[in-house]
Design a protein around this ligand. Sequence first.
Ligand SMILES: NC(=O)c1ccc[n+]([C@@H]2O[C@H](COP(=O)([O-])OP(=O)(O)OC[C@H]3O[C@@H](n4cnc5c(N)ncnc54)[C@H](OP(=O)(O)O)[C@@H]3O)[C@@H](O)[C@H]2O)c1
Length: 329
Amino acid sequence: MKAAVCAAYGGPDVVQVREIPAPLAKPGEIVIRVLATTVSSADARVRGARFPAGFALPARLFLGLTRPRTPILGTELAGVVEAVGTKVTRYRPGDKVFAFSGVGMGCHAEFKAMPEDGPIAPMPAGFTFEEAASISFGGTTALYFLRDVAGVQPGERVLVNGASGAVGSAAVQLARHFGAHVTGVCSAANAGLARSLGADEVIDYAVADFAASGARWDIILDSVGNASFARCRNALTEKGRLLLLVAGLGELLKSPLQSRASGLKVAGGPAPERAQDLATLKALCEAGAFKPVIDSHFPLDRIADAHARADSQRKVGSVVVTIGQGGCE
Ligand SMILES: NC(=O)c1ccc[n+]([C@@H]2O[C@H](COP(=O)([O-])OP(=O)(O)OC[C@H]3O[C@@H](n4cnc5c(N)ncnc54)[C@H](OP(=O)(O)O)[C@@H]3O)[C@@H](O)[C@H]2O)c1
């Protein structure tokens, strides 16, 4: 099969499309023919070995000291079940699915094997493979932090810092779905998009500093990495929750102390990869409450260009990579 192989840390060109053996389905696994995947900020981060402050060594110990231990990147996909193992009961060949391998990666290839009880769900009705491939990375992260960590309630004021990225654009939609009043922070160019996704207010970070505006929020979700507790303290209400999705190690280690001392909640860390979250997102997609934003499309042969776009940190939603005949349902 064709796969995008990242054999070294470096710029977009270290990723090269090669022929490698396709996976076979073990007894409890399904093999998915990947028709669409994404180059997420995580793929670009791993490929470029660009980790939040303090994480360089722990990340390299986990991901590979001198090159990625898992050379096929890609956290999410949509496609068709090609083969099933002898013990598989949930899926059959021909089923259309989307999946989130997350830190397990491996989606930048024509075929991907996953356990049938892993983070996989049937495609939302009416979605293209490109749209379905773009649900998981931003959707599960926003769902986990807003619902599970912050326990967002109807009527609460939620600020999404980085409202136009893959995570932020999902967070705006989900916060709106949960009944919150949503403020999006992004560039002026993306203000209209943020409003169309459900933001009640938009702050252009080039013009105003939300943390110094005098306004306060119950939840601040930071998907940029510049909203420390010190910066946000006075912008949080007395039941405030600060969600640090991109925090450095020092900030994360301080967060339990900051929470205890202030009576607020400061939380970060990785979001989990769970099948039930994909099922929830599928339902939200079908109910019209969530639709992933797509920045651009590239065929697998141009995956280096897709990485370059993700490197820009200016992508609007997801950078999609189509494989084979993929892309359209
Ligand atoms: N903790 C976790 O489990 C977890 C999970 C997923 C992702 N993440 C992290 O979350 C971060 C965001 O991921 P992503 O995929 O959404 O990234 P992305 O798609 O590259 O989005 C970045 C967005 O940030 C905006 N931005 C840049 N500078 C800004 C500023 N000063 N203020 C406000 N917005 C600004 C950009 O919008 P404009 O072009 O409008 O400026 C862009 O849309 C990444 O660092 C990723 O590693 C963490």
